[in-house]
Design a protein around this ligand. Sequence first.
Ligand code: EPZ
Length: 418
Amino acid sequence: MSKIIVAGGKKLEGEIRIPGAKNTVLPILAATLISGKKSVIHDCPLISDVKLTLEILRQLGCEVAIEGNSITVDSSGFDCTILTEEWMHKMRSSIILTGAILSRCGRVRTSYPGGCELGLRPIDLHIKAFKDMGVRVEEQFGYIDCIMEHPKPCDIHLGFPSVGATENIMLAAVGIKGTTRIINAAKEPEIEDLQVFLNAIGAKVRGAGTSVIEIQGVGSFRDAEHTVIPDRIVAATYMAAAAITASTVEVANVNTEHISSIIAALREMGVKICRTRRNSLVVSGNARLQPLNILRTTPYPGFPTDAQSVFTTLLSVADGTSILIESIFDQRFKHIDELIKMGADITVDGRTAVIKGVERLYGAKVNAPDLRSGAALVIAGLRADGLTTVDEISHIERGYEDIVRDLSSLGAEIKRID
Ligand code: EPZ
């Protein structure tokens, strides 16, 4: 099992470029299935979740080529008949592909996302929306068969602005003649980027970024080229690295609007952040970060749940007590037990963490319980006295192309042990 070893106390310096966003690339790769044409997507992070999705696209008969961080998908060879019982056993739960395959083939088998580190990952909002759109949904033996029997354009009211459900509805609606509207849609930047890509392949989508998205079904598509927006969570991670080591680092290729809540929270903690060139920020941390009275995760444009664990790390060494409320997922505090092993003083009650800042953290052997928690523990290791070993780093590789390469390039003393 590979691990990362970090030596704490080193100052960072220099510049880091932020890669394209994982949570944009995944739905866009799903969308390439719809057109039956060639799509070229630039600035894709070559992370394990992307590689896994590309493998599935190949298995579906698509031609996939990777050149640097540009991915070309030609889905003309996607043969719907391949979706045999046996095959769909294998694909199982790439729920984000469901809407796109429904659009292209009119039927798909999926299953409930497996046990996930973030607690229950229901898909009831996806299923309810599909039924509203005229999809027959049959659940049997743990599988969910979806057949687009009587496609009908309609208004879909989401009970919660779910990112995945919003994306799945957009993807399924592209193939339904007429106008489908999503009311109470998620407004994350990744949704807007998906709209840009869908319109590039010939769809007619508008309203992404607001709570009402309108999709006009179309029957023909075209080749497209698209550059993915920067990853706002990777940006938050590396800005936190500068903050916690009291270093000055330039972060390039950021969309400051997408990270406005991150910038506001860091500034409130006493971190200096200023714009240099377009899409670049200089971040200067300080030895004693200020606590935050209350930090609550909410849907965009609020503070992102994916940055919650890294901010728990920052607040664990702040000069006072902070309250952190995780309102999106029900099990997203698994990094806290590990931070306590490093000397943090945090108590959890349900979805609320009371974080009493401490002067020092101590290097320890810790486990990465999930993607963002793993990153938070690496950032904690940059500050801790001595060596921190982070185990089970395959979680981290789902969302960071090479966190060791990136932090080393800023002067961190960090290495990967296979
Ligand atoms: C997306 O997950 C992201 N993943 C997550 O990032 C991110 O944390 C999340 O959005 C929120 O921003 C990708 O884009 C691949 P949701 P998703 O549907 O779509 C409940 C990371 O670290 N819900 O907005 O699964 C759900 O249980 C990952 O990069 C239902 O109840 O998020 C959760 O409590 C982690 N029923 C809340 O909504 C449903 O049918 C938010 O889920 C769907 C969701």
